[in-house]
Design a protein around this ligand. Structure first.
Ligand SMILES: O=C(O)CCC(=O)C(=O)O
Length: 312
């Protein structure tokens, strides 16, 4: 006869199983732990992809007539209200049910719980558009520089809404840098959200582009060095990113996003905890901020020397 404790444990395990629809294999988990990233091919089927693409188009339609950055739109430098050029949709999960639902779907939660354990919290979401011909580059950086936590069970999950090909600015990662130091992301005394490329030339030389079809999913560790070039192709490269962490990884730089209620409203599955798990992680605080730092693209303008080409 199982004790009440055993019974509750069994129930919790059964609930977790119900949540985790698509678990990673031990080989995939080993690869992620060793290399700091993973590509899972063919996760979304055509109808799932279509729902996300039409949600994206719906939100983008609202950018016509908008003059400047808003809570939803981060604009390219060449944006005009008549010819909208949106670089990023900010927090798409708050603006459309399709993006809210995806991160809570059993399939996607299964990937996250495979790497982060049963209790997972979401930090934020964004949809980087990288439009054909001019979509902006993202300079080399570690996400951890923006949001250090008490432990580094922290990652970004990227959903490819378009094929990633060599010339449309696929994300590039530097394998195994997730176990190294945290690079300096400051210049002239302010946080610019990018690493001086001269300081990481050997790492950049061994970066690998993540080439995969739309519907695939990438997972990269928050300490991994990564970046992506200008889109010089005639094809768009839309990339939906969610940043997530183990529930016991507490943010060091952003407080609790307002209140404990708000912090815990970010739970995707499992249980929140009032006991942050502390590990020996390297941390540099992302302060002071650059004068205009509402997005990574804006912060990176303050770096001394860019690595990637900028659109004419
Ligand atoms: O869009 C990309 O290629 C990279 C995105 C990224 O690293 C970021 O937004 O932090």
């Amino acid at each position: 006869m199982p004790s009440l404790h055993d019974f509750l444990q069994l129930m919790a395990t059964a609930n977790r199983r119900r949540i985790t629809g698509m678990e990673l294999t031990p080989q995939q988990i080993d690869f992620y732990r060793r290399e700091g990233y993973l590509v899972v091919h063919g996760v979304l089927d055509a109808p799932e992809l279509e729902r996300l693409r039409s949600a994206m188009d719906e939100l983008l339609a609202g950018a016509r007539g908008v003059a400047d950055h808003t809570a939803l739109y981060d604009m390219e430098d060449t944006h005009t209200p008549e010819q909208p050029r949106v670089r990023r949709l900010k927090l798409p999960h708050l603006h459309h049910a399709a993006f809210h639902d995806l991160i809570r779907s059993p399939k996607v939660l299964g990937l996250l719980t495979s790497l982060l354990g049963p209790s997972v919290r979401m930090h934020t979401s964004k949809l980087n558009l990288k439009s054909a011909d001019y979509g902006a580059a993202v300079e080399w950086h570690q996400d951890w520089a923006f949001y250090p936590h008490t432990n580094d069970d922290v990652l970004a999950m990227g959903v490819l809404l378009d094929d990633f090909e060599p010339d449309n600015g696929p994300m590039m990662v530097v394998p195994r840098t997730h176990v190294g130091s945290i690079c300096d992301h400051h210049h002239a005394g302010v946080f610019v959200g990018a690493i001086d490329p001269d300081r990481i030339a050997p790492e950049i030389a061994r970066a690998v582009p993540l080439i995969a079809k739309a519907g695939s999913i990438t997972l990269h560790h928050a300490r991994l060095i990564h970046g992506s070039a200008l889109n010089t192709s005639r094809r768009p490269r839309s990339f939906l990113l969610y940043e997530a962490m183990a529930a016991d990884a507490w943010p060091l730089a952003s407080g609790l996003y307002g209140s404990l209620e708000e912090f815990d409203a970010r739970m995707l599955c499992g249980e929140p905890s009032l006991q942050p798990r502390m590990t020996a992680v390297p941390v540099r605080m992302p302060v002071p901020k650059a004068p205009q730092s509402a997005s990574l693209y804006q912060s990176q303008k303050y770096m001394a020397k860019r690595f990637f080409e900028v659109a004419p």
